[in-house]
Design a binder for this molecule. Structure first.
Ligand code: UTP
Length: 294
């Protein structure tokens, strides 16, 4: 069975970005010219996924509006002679079907994925966090590669990993690889936010997963962990312990994860995308150089 559906959890409260996220979803924050979640969907469609299921929550209707076809806006642009701006709305017509379900209580990422179960049923699916972009301008093909690995190796889960500096392992789910880390490697375990001296590696989960529906049973058995939330990492651990084949795929060199979940990494992502902007990046670079030299 081929993977055509991506679950995109966007129901979190984004408290680390308050007050920015008080009345707007963090997944709609701008990074350069587009909101974060638009990059996520563009990446997924480029990787061959044709169905997107958003797991939304309170205050997230801006996301639904963003992916709707806005006939009034299109008519307005035509009537006011701004046809050239229509191409900015071309993403509305991507060959994607959108579905929405709600996470009615914010009980963590694992719980958000479990909320997708009645819609996903028995089919394999990808998960892409709605607050993380992979690769500059979201050009990553890692999800396509993960789907190929999932299918050819008959895996139960494939997870993307990014090498992080040793002292940053405390912020991430960290891989315990069974052997050396190669283009594809098997996981012996996955440890959530380990202490630096106890981390089994410096390979951190990078916001993209492919799962068989076996993950749902593991999520159902997972008790609330850190911060009283149902952690996706804990369900993956259970999958490994129950004999599931869980594989890791490192992000290709030159590709990185842009996480906008906290201010430091959000600022970094915005700066990287603005500086790489085809139209205004060069002028911004010059401006920043002058600013930094003063
Ligand atoms: P985070 O782990 O950053 O959590 O979510 P959060 O609740 O959004 O943010 P903080 O910790 O309060 O600042 C990673 C992704 O998982 C989704 C978020 O919307 C984000 O895209 N998520 C998280 C859910 O859908 N539901 C949850 O209960 C938690």
């Amino acid at each position: 069975m081929t993977v055509e559906l991506a679950v995109v959890p966007v129901a979190g409260r984004g408290t680390r970005l308050l007050p920015l996220t008080k009345s707007q979803p963090k997944e709609m924050l701008p990074v350069g010219r587009k909101p974060v979640v638009q990059y996520v969907i563009e990446e997924l469609t480029r990787c061959g996924l044709t169905k997107v299921l958003f797991v939304t929550g309170p205050g997230k209707t801006a996301i639904e509006n963003h992916f709707d076809i806005d006939g009034e806006l299109i008519a307005h642009l035509r009537e006011t002679g701004k046809e050239e701006l229509l191409e900015e709305l071309a993403f509305e017509r991507e060959n994607v079907e959108y579905f929405y379900t709600r996470q009615r209580r914010q009980l963590g990422l694992g719980h958000a994925v479990l909320c997708a179960a009645p819609v996903v049923g028995g089919q394999p699916f990808a998960v892409a966090l709605g607050d993380s972009i992979i690769g500059l301008q979201a050009q990553s093909q890692v999800v396509r590669r993960m789907v190929e690995v999932f299918e050819s190796r008959r895996a139960d889960a494939v997870i993307a990993f990014e090498a992080v500096p040793r002292d940053e392992v405390v912020h991430y789910g960290i891989a315990a690889p069974r052997g050396p880390v190669a283009e594809v490697f098997e996981l012996a375990d996955l440890v959530e936010k380990p202490a630096v001296d106890q981390a089994p590696s410096h390979w951190a989960v990078a916001a993209r997963y492919v799962f068989s529906s076996a993950i749902f049973d593991c999520l159902r058995q997972t008790k609330p962990g850190k911060a009283d939330e149902i952690q996706l990492t804990d369900a993956v651990r259970l999958l490994i312990r129950q004999g599931g084949k869980v594989l890791g795929v490192p992000l290709p060199s030159g590709e990185r994860r842009f996480d906008i979940g906290n201010f430091a990494s959000y600022f970094e992502a915005f700066a990287a995308f603005a500086l790489a902007d085809a139209q205004d990046g060069l002028a911004l670079r010059e401006h920043l150089k002058r600013m930094l030299c003063d």
